[in-house]
Design a protein around this ligand. Structure first.
Ligand SMILES: Nc1ncnc2c1ncn2[C@@H]1O[C@H](COP(=O)(O)OP(=O)(O)OP(=O)(O)O)[C@@H](O)[C@H]1O
Ligand SMILES: [Mg+2]
Length: 269
């Protein structure tokens, strides 16, 4: 089992989109996925809601953080995809938890408690984080094997790469086992260029800047297909199939599937 968190300290760069589309890609490979929404905006949660179904009354990630000794409480939403949804009062819950000892390790404790069952049930756990460096993101980073950080071609997009590395590095130094001196934070950080516009100055500059940073896993263009499939709450491949765009979008679909395969493979050795 692999735990992959989608993180950026910036909003709107594609964390939720890439987390969801990566899960849909894994679904086509018959991999079993558990998704966790750690963002109070509930974007990922909403992607699985429709006129016939919502998560009201279902357990949420707030229940896990408030009681890390609880068992598995996910909701199965599709074949091979289950989710622990978010809740709009997640920030308030996090504020209340801020005075607890080991507050960055609440999700970690739940993972340890349920390790055997999670390992048996799932091939991947995919976590969507909020656009801020707070207790919720720290909990999502603490359990991750890999962090995928989408970056956009803007002035702040490139700078955000340093911010992500510094934040994870600081947490690594802080959350240390007192006996062994080892950090609980073991994730490797990978970057993903996203929303690259064709032939614009900012995109050209961004692409050359990307060459100077380590661990860039791929580059995804700005495509209306991505946006449209998210609005339809569908995987890009199924959306393209249903809308007769398979042929026209073949190069893009191939690129996306290569990027997702790379996310699967990176850091596994
Ligand atoms: N490659 C892409 N091409 C076109 N649109 C994209 C692409 N990636 C993401 N988007 C669109 O960008 C918007 C923001 O994406 P998303 O919600 O995934 O960002 P986020 O980082 O999760 O934002 P937040 O910080 O608010 O959680 C969405 O409307 C999404 O459809
Ligand atoms: Mg999001």
């Amino acid at each position: 089992m692999q735990v992959i968190s989608f993180m950026a300290i910036k909003g709107g760069v594609g964390k939720t989109t890439m987390a969801f589309q990566f899960a849909k890609f894994l679904q086509t490979q018959d991999q079993k996925v558990l998704m966790i929404d750690l963002d109070a905006q509930k974007s990922l949660t909403g992607t699985f809601e429709n006129e016939h179904f919502n998560f009201s009354g279902k357990p949420t990630i707030a229940d896990v953080l408030e009681k890390p000794s609880s068992g598995l409480i996910e909701t199965q939403v599709q074949d091979n995809i289950a989710i622990i949804p978010s809740t709009s009062n997640l920030e308030e819950v996090a504020d209340r938890l801020a005075s607890k000892p080991n507050r960055e390790l609440l999700l970690f404790m739940w993972f340890v408690k349920n390790a055997q069952e999670l390992n048996q049930k799932y091939d991947y756990i995919i976590i969507d984080l909020p656009p801020a460096w707070n207790l919720l993101s720290k909990n999502g980073v603490a359990v991750a094997d890999k962090i995928i950080s989408p970056m956009e071609p803007s002035r702040f997009g490139y700078e955000s790469h340093t911010k992500v590395l510094q934040s994870v590095g600081t947490l690594q130094d802080e959350v240390v086992d007192p006996v062994s001196g080892k950090s609980y934070i073991t994730a490797n950080v990978f970057f993903l260029g996203n929303r690259i516009k064709h032939n614009t100055n900012s995109s050209h500059e961004f692409l050359s800047a990307l060459k100077h940073i380590d661990n860039v896993i791929g580059v995804i263009p700005e495509k209306e297909l991505v946006n449209a499939s998210m609005l339809a709450k569908e995987g890009i491949l199924e959306y393209a199939t249903q809308n007769d765009k398979l042929h026209e979008q073949e190069p893009f679909l191939k690129l996306l599937s290569d990027v997702f395969s790379e996310i699967q493979k990176q850091g596994n050795d």
